[in-house]
Design a protein around this ligand. Structure first.
Ligand SMILES: C[S@@+](CC[C@H](N)C(=O)[O-])C[C@H]1O[C@@H](n2cnc3c(N)ncnc32)[C@H](O)[C@@H]1O
Length: 392
């Protein structure tokens, strides 16, 4: 879920949108996937949800689920597994899931050939030399950080993972983003939801009116940093990611769109940022792509680089306890079927607890959209801290 779908900036003059497009064949092949996804999430899923709601056992399990706000992980897992069996007895549910998987695979089976038809132009678009905006910098690692949990996965069924195809940037920005993802109805994104507006709403959860320096771990191709630049135009923007491809692409786009960024190719759980150096941290769609251990390390690291009194805002899919049992089944499915190995593990965990463990205060979590998404967790580093951490 890392792409920009609305790159155009009035008057940026930097050519952040290509002056060519996909072929008619390439575009229509993706458009039909967008329509299938809309039918799956907007029509079939509602029928399946109604059938589930009428099932007596599902009613009892759902009541248990609603009442259990602090569920034991094993019990929760068993409840979702049984609910899935009930769902799977319904052909509408099975067809809905089949279509979701079909679209998820075809995004790349059709998307890559569609981009290939325009390879020469897209290659030129992503590799042409762009003058860096004053103050911008991109620092690549001499020894690439590559945790196994990140390198071994074809994320979202992308062949080769995040860096598996040199033109994934254009594929997301000018193919899958505007023709498929834009309509919502996949993974945690609700049907009809506007993914660009969701990002802006998440950024608006920062409690202060202005920030000097905002840091985004796992910043990918700078979609969120670009949106932060609109909400907090005065803030200096910093980010890190493991993906050289996303970072280089994001740096190129930020320069074309004329906003300065400081990007580093490094593991966000062990950054080279100084202690107490940023007054805002935001994450977008990151935690469900990291195992719990890495998340805990990340929170510790963010705590270290944050100034006393600084704010942190996380935006990620909702925990199972915050959504209906039927929707839990839908989310849980992504783990095995859309190459999201940590999805369920994180959705049955509590990011709030992890943040409290790391020393944050005023931790709160809430939803700002349908079906609990985006799910916001926000907190503050205490104003008074000792060298060891929080003041006694
Ligand atoms: C779903 S993408 C979200 C990207 C970006 N936050 C956005 O809003 O578009 C998750 C990103 O997290 C990055 N990531 C995962 N683990 C990381 C880690 N330990 N350090 C830095 N980046 C990481 C991935 O490379 C990927 O770019």
């Amino acid at each position: 879920m890392t792409f920009m779908t609305k790159l155009e900036r009035k008057g940026d003059g930097g050519g952040s949108v290509p002056d060519f497009s996909l072929t008619q064949r390439g575009r229509s092949g993706l458009q039909i996937l967008g329509s299938i996804q809309r039918y799956s999430a907007g029509s079939l899923r509602k029928v399946a949800a109604d059938t589930f709601a009428e099932n007596e056992e599902a009613k009892a399990l759902s009541a248990e689920h609603e009442a259990d706000k602090n569920p034991d992980k094993k019990a929760l897992r068993q409840r979702i597994a049984r609910a899935r069996e009930i769902c799977e007895s319904d052909p509408n549910y099975r067809m809905e899931r089949f279509l979701q998987r079909y679209v998820a695979e075809e995004n790349f089976n059709r998307g890559i050939p569609a981009i290939e038809e325009r390879r020469e132009q897209f290659e030129k678009f992503v590799t042409e030399k762009v003058e860096p905006v004053e103050g911008s910098e991109l620092t690549m690692a001499a020894e690439p950080p590559a945790p196994k949990y990140w390198t071994d996965v074809d994320w979202h069924l992308e062949p080769g993972g995040w860096d598996g195809y040199d033109l994934y940037g254009p594929l997301f920005a000018f193919g899958l983003g505007p023709l498929i993802f834009k309509f919502g109805g996949y993974a945690a994104v609700g049907y009809g939801d506007d993914i660009i507006e969701q990002r802006m709403s998440a950024i608006r959860q920062f409690p202060k009116k202005s920030y000097e320096r905002i840091y985004e771990p796992g910043c990918g191709g700078v979609s969120t940093l670009g949106a932060i630049n609109k909400v907090f135009p005065g803030a200096e923007l910093y980010g890190s990611d493991l993906s050289p491809l996303l970072l280089k692409n994001g740096y190129m786009l930020a320069n074309k769109m004329n906003f300065p960024v400081h990007l580093k190719h490094e593991d966000s759980t062990q950054t080279s940022e100084p202690d107490n150096s940023v007054d805002g941290v935001i994450t977008y769609a990151l935690h469900h792509e990291m195992p719990p251990k890495a998340n805990k390390e990340l929170f510790k690291e963010m705590f270290r680089i944050m100034k006393p009194g600084a704010d942190i805002v996380l935006s990620d899919p909702p925990p199972f306890r915050a959504v209906s049992l039927f929707h839990s089944v839908i989310l849980d499915w992504d783990t095995d079927h859309r190459a999201e190995p940590f999805f369920s593990t994180i959705l049955e965990s509590s990011l709030e607890e992890m943040m409290e463990e790391a020393g944050f205060e005023a931790v709160e979590a809430y939803s700002i959209g349908q079906d609990g998404y985006p799910w916001i967790t926000r907190a503050r580093k205490p104003a008074e801290t000792t060298e060891q951490g929080v003041a006694a």
